[in-house]
Design a protein around this ligand. Structure first.
Ligand code: FES
Length: 141
C-alpha cells in the first residue's frame, strides 16, 4: 500500500472514506426535475441532478471535477437529501455534512459549500420547472 493511501485511511473516519469512494451516485441525468451547477473559488465544479415525486426527493446524482473532499461532501449531500421533502432539503447545511463526515478538515469547508450550493441551485431550478414547466424543455448549459 502506498504511503499517501495509508495516510488517508489512518486520518479519516469510516463515514468519510465511504463517502469519498462511493461512485454509484456519480451520474449525469438528461432530464432531471431540478439541476444545479456551482463553481467554487478553487475553480472546481459540482453539478447536482434531482428527481422529485409528490414533492419528495426520490433520487439525487452528481458529477464533479473537484477534489476527494468535494466528492465525499457531494455524496453526503446525496445521503442527507434522498427521501426528504423538497422543503426539508433546504435545511441541509454544510455543518451537517461536516458532522457526518467527522474528519473533513476545517480549511476544506468550501468543498462542503460547493456541494450544498449545487443542491440549493437544483432546488431553485425544480421550483422554476414547477411554476414554469416550459423551461424544462431547454437543456442544461
Ligand atoms: Fe476545489 Fe475541493 S472543491 S479544493
Amino acid at each position: 500500500m502506498n504511503k499517501k493511501y495509508s495516510e488517508l485511511l489512518q486520518n479519516h473516519s469510516l463515514h468519510y472514506l465511504e463517502m469519498a469512494f462511493r461512485t454509484d451516485k456519480c451520474a449525469l441525468l438528461e432530464s432531471p426535475d431540478g439541476y444545479g451547477k456551482r463553481k467554487g473559488t478553487c475553480g472546481d465544479t459540482v453539478e447536482m441532478f434531482i428527481l422529485v415525486r409528490n414533492e419528495r426527493i426520490q433520487s439525487v446524482t452528481f458529477i464533479s471535477n473537484g477534489c476527494l473532499n468535494t466528492h465525499a461532501c457531494a455524496n453526503t449531500v446525496v445521503l442527507l437529501t434522498e427521501g426528504k421533502s423538497v422543503n426539508d432539503a433546504w435545511s441541509i447545511t454544510t455543518e451537517q455534512v461536516k458532522n457526518y463526515l467527522e474528519t473533513l478538515p476545517e480549511e476544506d469547508m468550501h468543498c462542503a459549500e460547493l456541494a450544498a450550493g449545487a443542491l440549493y441551485l437544483a432546488l431553485v431550478n425544480y421550483r422554476e420547472h414547477k411554476y414554469f414547466p416550459w423551461k424544462k424543455l431547454y437543456r442544461r448549459k
